[in-house]
Design a protein around this ligand. Sequence first.
Ligand code: COA
Length: 179
Amino acid sequence: MVEFTQKARVERASLKETKMTVKSASTLQVLIDRPSPDDEPGWCSAYRAFAIDYPWDDKKAKILWSWLNDPKHPMDGLVAKLESGQIVGFVHFKETPRGVHACNQGYIEDLYVMPDYRGSGIAHKLISAVVEIAKRKGWKVIRWITKENNYRARSFYDRFARQTNRLTYELFVEEYRSS
Ligand SMILES: CC(C)(COP(=O)(O)OP(=O)(O)OC[C@H]1O[C@@H](n2cnc3c(N)ncnc32)[C@H](O)[C@@H]1OP(=O)(O)O)[C@@H](O)C(=O)NCCC(=O)NCCS
């Protein structure tokens, strides 16, 4: 798990502030923006590729997409798209309360750049956009987890975040036995 200390989901009214056009090393014009209805097919196929190790299906995709498009739902997200409208990446995140800091923090659930577009700065632009939201929301910290052997993601994270010494546990409620 890594975290970095920057300040903190944004009201729909201020979403335009998050919109930015970036020029990557390959002079690719990429827009970082909130998902819009037209983005659903591109986002779906990108998310299916991201969730390859999970039992993912169209029903779950519909649910997650509806969360991302519901201003009242805690799950929030940004997409990276080309001028053509093609979706080339996304980041999903949420606000969570953090007891020891007695304030809200950000938690990144998913980050993905389509294979053909990796190494072009898109991942950095997605993270930078989340940091801008963090500043506006007053989050002190943004956290996320990654697999120990996700070396590419880790070397990306190592540029701007620090790895913590926390381990991640998960308890499947239906499997839990108290004794
Ligand atoms: C993680 C991810 C968003 C990073 O975006 P990216 O465009 O690949 O990032 P970069 O090109 O800047 O590469 C990051 C680093 O990995 C290095 N790298 C490139 N190919 C690599 C490989 N095959 N193995 C290990 N490191 C690699 C790069 O050299 C770079 O390191 P550097 O900063 O020392 O130069 C992207 O790789 C991705 O979508 N991966 C699949 C989904 C995923 O793992 N998401 C994260 C879940 S926690």
